[in-house]
Design a protein around this ligand. Structure first.
Ligand SMILES: [Zn+2]
Length: 428
């Protein structure tokens, strides 16, 4: 058992606006205790905890902020080495850079090395839960799960399903994908802190047979998640509708194969029709915003306010390697700028809620991760708002915790992530 001492910030519910001080707990001289299994026992003022747990080791983080670990709801672990690839938009970027790189994951040694590097980079940036695409090779997620298990990290992942419109080296026949997915589900789903997501890449790389396989996997494994891409790029949408001419819009393809539910994560969801927005609301499926990727690939501007007002659930993610940063702080900063272009100033409470409790709720895991509360895992990070000369200087004028969070997301990066703990165990 241990006590962490410092300033503590954690959400209690979704904030309504920037003045909604009842949406979070903020303890200036706070403490959090957790047991040897890394489960949080109590959060309170440090003075009370230190009396109650007299002989317990205290780790003092001074004036730094103890915060829930960030949750990344969409990324691609086989794309770490295609980050920062120049000069293309989505479909060309996939063909020129991504598919050739993903084909390297046929090699076990490569999978093993990349799994470790990928999770190291996430953890280094304060991300303690990851929802990830593997490559088409079942062993890519096998190694990712092994590495997640080794560090007791919550990782939700799936081998990507694709059987057309890409090089043979990243395609797998639908019947074979069914068997390999089934095998990984039985080996890893709900084992350690790993969970499986059925992962058809997107409609373009899926034959109707492969969509049927996805449907069957969903029906047979209802506690698994579904992750895919939706309406990221105008050319993508056009090609998609040519491949599925009997469907009225992009989302209807996934709907036809019964892939939409409250466990379905739809990355990007930028260029949506009214019907699609309605259907996402009805099915409670989740629009996952990937700001650095949308800007980098010139895909478009996410309509956060419209989706929120229409009652669609939204989440936030890095989408590395289309996304350009493993940092959730950099991601929140770009999300803010995208909303500014739509004349809406996304407030820092909303964005930090997204990256912690909000994303946890989207996964249905709010009683395990995303907040600092009794019974949750001690997936904790320590934020340092004075981690660069500019931040130190700017912080001299800072008056409120909301302002401090905004400074952190606007100026901060991995240097602002002082320490990272997964289930109470130090990893940075
Ligand atoms: Zn993606």
């Amino acid at each position: 058992m241990k006590i962490f001492k410092g300033r503590i910030f954690s959400f209690l519910r979704k904030p309504e606006d920037i003045n909604d001080t009842g949406s979070y707990i903020y303890l200036e001289k706070g403490g959090v205790t957790f047991d040897d299994k890394g489960i949080i026992i109590e959060v309170d003022d440090y003075s009370k905890l230190s009396k109650k747990y007299e002989n317990t080791e205290t780790i003092d983080f001074g004036s730094k902020i103890i915060f829930p670990g960030f949750i990344d709801l969409h990324n691609h672990f086989p794309q770490t080495q295609v980050i920062a690839s120049y000069g293309t938009k989505l479909l060309e970027w996939l063909n020129k850079y991504t598919f050739p790189n993903e084909s390297l994951f046929v090699d076990d040694k490569h999978c093993e090395r990349e799994s470790k590097i990928f999770l190291d980079l996430l953890n280094h940036n304060g991300i303690t839960t990851s929802v990830s695409f593997g490559s088409v090779h079942p062993n890519s997620v096998e190694y990712l799960f092994q590495e997640a298990h080794r560090r007791n990290m919550c990782v939700i992942a799936g081998n990507v399903l694709m059987d057309r419109n890409a090089p043979d080296t990243v395609l797998e026949k639908a019947d074979k994908s069914y068997l390999s997915s089934k095998e990984i589900i039985s080996k890893w789903h709900n084992v350690s802190r790993c969970k499986y997501a059925i992962t058809p890449r997107f409609a373009i790389t899926s034959t109707p047979e492969l969509m049927e396989v996805s449907q069957t996997l969903c029906a047979e494994n209802q506690s698994c998640y579904v992750q895919t891409h939706l309406s990221e790029n105008i050319d993508e949408i056009k090609t998609t509708l040519e491949l599925f001419p009997d469907q009225k819009d992009y989302l209807s393809i996934y709907d036809k194969y019964k892939l939409l539910s409250n466990k379905t994560l739809l990355a990007h969801s930028i260029h949506l029709e009214m019907n699609e927005i309605e259907r996402m609301k009805e099915t409670k499926s989740i629009a996952v915003h990937c700001p650095t990727s949308n800007l980098f690939l010139g895909s478009g501007l996410f309509k956060f306010k419209e989706l929120e007002e229409k009652g669609v659930r939204t989440a936030i993610a890095t989408d590395v390697g289309g996304g350009t940063s493993f940092s959730m702080l950099r991601t929140l900063d770009e999300a803010y700028k995208i909303q500014q272009l739509g004349n809406y100033s996304l407030n820092p409470l909303a964005s930090y809620f997204w990256s912690t409790m909000g994303n946890a709720e989207c996964l249905g895991l709010q009683d395990q991760i995303g907040t600092i509360k009794t019974g949750n895992c001690a997936d904790l990070i320590v934020l340092n708002s004075k981690s660069t000369p500019l931040m130190r200087h700017r912080m001299e004028k800072c008056k409120t915790i909301e302002e401090e969070l905004f400074i952190l997301q606007t100026l901060g990066d991995d240097r602002a992530i002082d320490s990272v703990f997964i289930a109470g165990k130090k990893i940075k």
